[in-house]
Design a protein around this ligand. Structure first.
Ligand code: IPE
Ligand code: IPE
Ligand code: MG
Length: 252
């Protein structure tokens, strides 16, 4: 088989849903002799660049991992910096996102978040609810296991109460209980900083995602790195458990 020619990223050939594990802020700061919080601040600028670049590459859904259910294990000062940065990001960027047709959703556990953070999340979602040009999901206080556990609890309650039809495919019904229910599964999951693990991100949704690991530390991320990841994705062959169409022998 001859190698496939490299595809150029266009709005027609792209990954519809890209999810990013934004990693490496701490190491980026350490290399500069600065505190970890300096890296998180620079990471917000990388997020802004990436959110701007994604629709230009034809991406329709972008999910970013901002704070995991395990990140509470970090020092209180760092946790509070990360909470503050979410607030600051929404404060400075919400009006622009709203204007540019971006629908914002925050996925993850709401319990355990401070009232001011909850208010900001609800405001961002309400103000952008009518938008449909681009979908930005921020995973905040998100863990794949927590999300599946919470979904399973509510699913079991509804099943016991007879609110779930047994005629429908239970996998499809169950997925509606996840905090990612509004969107498609990710086509491409990117992790920066050279680490090659999921760290509890989108466990259910990642079933058939392609993975691209990039060495770049998150604060250095931007349009070129995103384009390179999508380019690599376009060279992959997705089979979903089936076989490549070229390998199916014609009958007879
Ligand atoms: C990613 O950078 C940001 C969050 C987890 C919120 P890190 O803070 O994990 O940076 P490293 O991995 O320590 O370099
Ligand atoms: C995953 O990164 C969480 C976010 C990017 C928000 P971590 O840096 O927390 O993951 P581990 O601890 O290296 O697995
Ligand atoms: Mg990390």
């Amino acid at each position: 088989m001859s190698p496939k020619p490299a595809k150029e990223v266009t709005a027609m050939t792209t990954a519809g849903h890209v999810a990013i594990i934004m990693d490496g802020n701490g190491r980026w700061a350490k290399r500069r002799g600065m505190p970890r919080t300096f890296g998180h601040q620079a990471g917000v600028n990388a997020l802004k660049r990436t959110v701007e670049a994604a629709p230009q590459l034809g991406i329709q859904w972008l999910t970013v991992f901002g704070f995991s259910t395990e990140n509470w294990r970090r020092p209180a000062s760092e946790v509070s910096e990360l909470m503050g940065l979410l607030k600051a990001y929404v404060k400075t960027d919400l009006a622009r996102l709203e204007r540019e047709g971006v629908r914002v959703r925050i996925i993850g556990r709401r319990e355990g978040l401070a009232p001011d953070i909850l208010a900001i999340i609800e405001d961002a979602e309400a103000r952008t609810a009518a938008n449909d040009r681009f979908n930005l999901q921020v995973a905040f206080n998100y863990g794949g296991r927590a999300d599946i556990t919470d979904a399973a609890t509510r699913f079991a309650e509804d099943l016991a109460a007879g609110r779930i039809s047994r005629d429908e495919d239970p996998e499809i019904v169950f997925a509606r209980y996840l905090s990612t229910a509004a969107g498609p599964s990710p086509d491409l999951i990117i992790r920066t900083s050279g680490e090659q693990r999921l760290s509890n991100f989108l466990l259910w949704e990642a079933a058939y995602a392609e993975f691209v690991f990039q060495d770049v530390l998150w604060p250095d991320y931007g349009p070129d790195a995103l384009k390179a990841a999508v380019q690599e994705y376009l060279g992959r062959e997705r089979r979903y458990g089936g076989v490549d169409a070229d390998d199916v022998l014609a009958p007879g």
